[in-house]
Design a binder for this molecule. Structure first.
Ligand SMILES: NC(=O)c1ccc[n+]([C@@H]2O[C@H](COP(=O)([O-])OP(=O)(O)OC[C@H]3O[C@@H](n4cnc5c(N)ncnc54)[C@H](OP(=O)(O)O)[C@@H]3O)[C@@H](O)[C@H]2O)c1
Length: 295
């Protein structure tokens, strides 16, 4: 496993684990998490919202039982107010909510600091000064080592690049969803790195692509019809997972945050990661997409 370091000194494994997709059964999830540690994955991505706090609790239990807290980079997210009583989720990037949210997350995760705390979305109308104030307080108090945002809105991303000290931006990024390309120069110029979520696009960019199209992408995706998707994906002459990983690791990406709901999926993804050669062989076979909203 190779590692990439951000400006605050967070050392990310090039392949990370997106924990949102873990089974809710602790014992099943535990096998995946153990496999991740055995594969030298150090980045574990969660959010307060995943399973209404239960995903954080599951990670807290795992790292309490298995140690390794100091060896990993633990990232969580804040900004969505949720309750156990209803499924309503309210966007809240206020200082008060963030300063309160960290306490709940740390408690669930059984730790006294987070390596990375990200704003879980955001709009251009938000009071960014207040949000940044909260993140800076948490950093000064040693409760977080670095902060970032998870966003696919160019206008929000540009505001944070210009006015904050973010380490990372989490964005959906893969060969099919190559929209982040239009922001990469600006991101790199600020010494910020991308956390690429959705790298295998829910399984489309794996050996299972044709069955995933039938199961999950009957209507196509982005500007691709189902037929175009089928054709594009069958025209790539190396394994699709290797291709998307090669593409991502040729960019200012700190970690490919791949989800896995079984040990098999994780093992396959790790095996493909081990074949990367950091060359973008297949990019020209895919359409050039652009963000069209929130510019
Ligand atoms: N806004 C945000 O901040 C945000 C949003 C979304 C995700 N995330 C983070 O990013 C992580 C990854 O996101 P994602 O789930 O959208 O992306 P992804 O990694 O592209 O997709 C993961 C899913 O793809 C399928 N898969 C993975 N490896 C496979 C393999 N080898 N063969 C066949 N299928 C495979 C599985 O689907 P099945 O489980 O259906 O089999 C798995 O759950 C999440 O866990 C979360 O931590 C953040």
């Amino acid at each position: 496993m190779n590692y990439r370091t951000t400006k605050s000194g967070l050392k990310f494994s090039e392949l990370g684990l997106g924990c949102m997709n873990l089974p809710t059964d602790y014992h099943e999830a535990q096998s995946i998490l153990k496999q991740a540690l055995d594969s030298e994955i150090t980045y574990f991505d969660t959010a307060d919202l995943y399973n209404k706090g239960d995903n954080e609790k599951l990670l807290g239990r795992f790292f309490k039982e298995n140690g390794h807290r100091q060896d990993i980079v633990l990232g969580s997210k804040v900004g969505n107010e949720f309750s156990q009583q209803s499924d309503e989720v309210k966007w809240n990037p206020s200082r008060e909510h963030i300063l309160h949210g960290i306490k709940d997350s740390l408690h669930r995760l059984g730790t006294d600091y987070l390596d990375l705390y990200m704003l879980h979305g955001g709009t251009i109308e938000d009071n960014m000064e207040e949000t940044l104030d909260a993140f800076n307080i948490l950093k000064q108090d040693g409760l977080i080592r670095a902060y970032g945002i998870s966003s696919i809105r160019p206008n929000v991303i540009r505001e944070y690049l210009d006015h904050s000290d973010i380490d990372v931006i989490m964005m959906q990024f893969n060969l099919l969803d190559n929209r982040p390309e239009m922001l990469l120069d600006e991101i790199a110029a600020r010494d910020v790195k991308v956390l690429a979520r959705g790298p295998v696009m829910k399984g489309l960019l794996t050996d299972q692509s044709q069955s995933i199209i039938a199961r999950k992408f009957e209507e196509g995706v982005f500007d691709y019809s189902k037929e175009e998707l089928t054709q594009t994906l069958s025209n790539v002459d190396e394994p699709l997972t290797v291709s998307t990983m090669n593409y991502l690791l040729s960019q200012p990406v700190a970690s490919i945050v791949a989800g896995a709901s079984s040990v098999d999926q994780l093992t396959t993804n790790v095996q493909y990661y081990e074949q990367v050669d950091y060359h973008t062989h297949s990019r020209e076979r895919f359409q050039n997409l652009q963000y069209e909203q929130h510019l």
